[in-house]
Design a binder for this molecule. Sequence first.
Ligand SMILES: C[S@@+](CC[C@H](N)C(=O)[O-])C[C@H]1O[C@@H](n2cnc3c(N)ncnc32)[C@H](O)[C@@H]1O
Length: 205
Amino acid sequence: MEELKSDIRKRADEIKPYRCKNLIAVLEYPMDIKNIGTVIRNVNALGVEKTYIVDPRNALPEGWEEMRERKSLFKTSVSAINWSFVKRFDSTELCLEHLAKNRFTSVVTSPHVKGKENFVLHEADYTHPKLAVWFGNESRGISDLAVENSAFCVSIPMFGMIESLNLGTTTGIVLYEITKQRREYQEKYKRANRGPNKALHRTSR
Ligand SMILES: C[S@@+](CC[C@H](N)C(=O)[O-])C[C@H]1O[C@@H](n2cnc3c(N)ncnc32)[C@H](O)[C@@H]1O
């Protein structure tokens, strides 16, 4: 048991520098528990800090502790729920209010052109200090309210006969690009802050 605990602590220390702080994945009205579990797994695996879920049906428990005890979430997230911060909201309005109060920029995702500005996934910049990325309902997609309150809309280009990707696939692809950009940015910023390497820039006497 002690050995397991120390392995877990070791892994937690190893991944800490790579986690993307101030990055939140927001699921708006997800209907399928399997999708929720898959997204939590993706969020955890890619080092996204938090998941917010707009859940007006009250399908999820209020608190994180109870969510961890929900067997369906534990199974579908392959235990990632144990290591992930998940918060639920009763409505899109309340979630937007909370994000605005905490100075987050929202961006939405859609297979359709919906935003004030629209970008193909890899052509947008995701290095905002605080970023919330919204994913819409399985059948209706993202709400107009979320779109109106977002800086821009992002699409993964589609080259097949079908209209859209499912939530699990979309979150995997979108969050991969976003975490990649944010980690590169964090690394650059850290290097700049370290300042000139003193060993290389010693003043001559
Ligand atoms: C199954 S899709 C919803 C399809 C819905 N008919 C619509 O109009 O968006 C569920 C969510 O996955 C995301 N999504 C699916 N395909 C996408 C794509 N090609 N580009 C960006 N987001 C996508 C969006 O967040 C979407 O709301």
